[in-house]
Design a binder for this molecule. Structure first.
Ligand code: ATP
Length: 242
């Protein structure tokens, strides 16, 4: 599944948010976008998700325009946005209800099991930790069964330890569930840990300034700064962000 964002420009009223922004993500790739706060990253996902339309440029999924078309990609926002009156299982069920598909309880249970959430299937969101809530939201996003997942800083609000655990968990689950991911983060470390490719963007207007390919083998990335090439890549990305 190939998503191609080609030269899109977008303005809210007279304020230009992005100009000629292009990026690509293809089959099974994990691609990150690092950009300054308030620069239009969420707006980019609204454009890809069809909630907004660019003033110019194209957004293609498998060479077909998805401009203004909703429901083509899955989107997970920064906050878990779980319905507080629904249990964990019922929150995941929403993904099936949206597709007007009868929820397969065995399928939901399998997903919850894989996320380490089987024991809290009948708990309510307020009874869960922040990390667990994010896992429920992620499982719900997976259950939407769309070829591309757009994850908007999913771990931004978590403490450092929970964040590390969630990154490891995400790596494991994506190994089993081969999906194509477009991931927004502020963290260079997180981007290197998870990505095949990293787009660094400048703000005002949002534009890709640099593209980095992460060639550090996955099984070495846990070592972070001790992994060969990690420090050099971090430095290059830091320089690109200045
Ligand atoms: N509906 C809107 N109308 C006008 N301006 C908007 C609207 N939504 C967002 N903006 C402005 O557009 C800019 C980009 O917003 P956006 O939320 O896309 O940025 P972001 O990079 O996701 O932010 P953050 O890092 O805080 O999550 C901001 O200056 C914001 O104030």
């Amino acid at each position: 599944m190939h998503l191609s964002v080609q030269n899109i420009s977008f303005a809210y009223g007279t304020t230009t948010i992005m100009k000629n922004l292009s990026l690509e993500v293809t089959d099974g790739q994990f691609v990150s976008i690092i950009a300054p706060s308030g620069s239009g990253k969420s707006t980019l996902f609204y454009l890809i998700g069809g909630l907004l339309q660019p003033q110019s440029g194209q957004i293609l999924l498998e060479s077909q325009s998805i401009v203004g078309k909703r429901g083509q990609v899955s989107y997970m926002p920064q906050s878990p946005s779980l319905l507080p009156w629904r249990t964990v299982q019922q929150n995941v069920q929403i993904a099936y209800e949206i597709r007007k598909k009868k929820p397969a309880l065995s399928e939901i249970h399998q997903l919850l099991e894989r996320a380490g959430l089987a024991e809290v299937a009948h708990h309510y969101p307020h009874q869960l930790s922040g990390g667990m809530q994010q896992r429920v939201a992620f499982i719900r996003t997976l259950a939407e069964d769309k070829p591309i997942l757009c994850l908007d800083e999913p771990f931004g609000a978590l403490d450092a330890l929970t964040r590390t655990k969630m990154q490891n968990w995400l790596q494991l689950i994506l190994k089993e569930e081969k999906r194509t991911v477009l991931f927004i983060t502020h963290s260079i470390e997180e981007a290197i840990l998870l990505s095949d490719r990293i787009y660094v963007c400048h703000a005002s207007p949002l534009q890709v300034s640099h593209v980095f390919h992460v060639s550090i083998p996955m099984n070495e990335r846990q070592k972070k700064h001790q992994a060969t090439g990690w420090r050099e890549l971090t430095q290059k990305i830091e320089e690109a962000l200045i």
